[in-house]
Design a protein around this ligand. Structure first.
Ligand SMILES: Nc1ncnc2c1ncn2[C@@H]1O[C@H](COP(=O)(O)OP(=O)(O)OP(=O)(O)O)[C@@H](O)[C@H]1O
Length: 237
């Protein structure tokens, strides 16, 4: 389970997050939606232990990331698909990750297969990968330790329609196996198709949360999103 409890984060005068609370239960996919600058990446970075909240707590399986005993087996993160060393092959990146977790090399082949990268692609330098291939590699890396929670920042970025459909299937399968999946996006239609639960944020505050049906209010998610974010902008100005 993933839980944000009253999380706020200020960067000097910018309030990136303001009293954010929500929960992602095991076995569900939660879409974290918000316009540019809403605070999505900041929230995911706090959850992944990459920056500290000003106040409040963000936990995975009941603990802040820094207090997890075996983070590689508990939570997988893909926050920046471009973060891998460009000179290493995809297979080398995964092999290093597997070694750090004490996993056999066979797990590298398993995750390559799981994300649809061929043996030949796995052997190529990451610097020559397309954005879609990097996303797949990032997900393969995150899944090495079969984590029980998965955090993805804009995972559909760079994926073609087949890739997006594949990603949807993968995330649904992981949730069906009991994983708690949290993904950020501003692609409403994409999230609508994969998520059970939606959390909408704007200007650092949770604007609404609920099931896709609840938030669609019979008019579609996009309409609700546009109205809520416009209201948030109005009350901030
Ligand atoms: N390191 C930082 N220093 C100062 N301000 C920051 C920093 N990181 C984020 N911010 C500010 O915090 C706010 C939220 O940014 P964040 O990147 O979390 O939004 P986002 O919802 O992920 O946006 P996008 O969809 O554009 O990626 C923005 O106003 C941003 O300028």
């Amino acid at each position: 389970m993933i839980e944000f409890q009253h999380v706020s984060k200020a960067y000097r005068e910018v309030k990136a997050l303001d009293d954010v609370s929500f929960t992602v239960r095991r076995g569900t996919v939660t879409g974290f939606l918000g316009p540019n600058g809403a605070g999505k990446s900041t929230a995911l970075r706090i959850l992944a232990g990459l920056c500290r909240p000003t106040s409040g707590t963000a936990t995975v399986l009941g603990r802040p990331y820094a207090k997890l005993e075996r983070p590689g087996f508990e939570v997988g993160t893909v926050l920046d698909a471009g973060a891998q060393h460009p000179g290493r092959s995809g297979r080398e990146v995964l092999t290093l990750g597997a070694m750090l977790l004490g996993l056999p090399k066979s797990r590298v082949d398993e995750v390559l297969r799981l994300v649809g990268l061929t043996g030949k692609e796995g052997g190529r330098a990451v610097g020559g990968y397309s954005l879609g291939m990097r996303q797949r590699l990032g997900i393969a890396h995150a899944l090495l330790g079969r984590p029980r929670a998965l955090i993805l920042d804009e995972p559909a970025n760079g994926l073609d329609p087949q890739g997006i459909q594949w990603m949807r299937g993968l995330l649904r399968d992981l949730a069906a196996e009991g994983c708690a999946v949290l993904l950020s996006s501003h692609l409403l239609h994409e999230v609508e198709q994969v998520a059970d639960h939606i959390v909408m944020i704007g200007r650092g505050r949770v604007l609404a949360q609920g099931t896709v049906a609840e938030l669609s209010r019979g008019r579609g998610l996009e309409q609700t999103f546009l109205e809520l974010t416009a209201n948030a902008d109005r009350s901030a100005s």
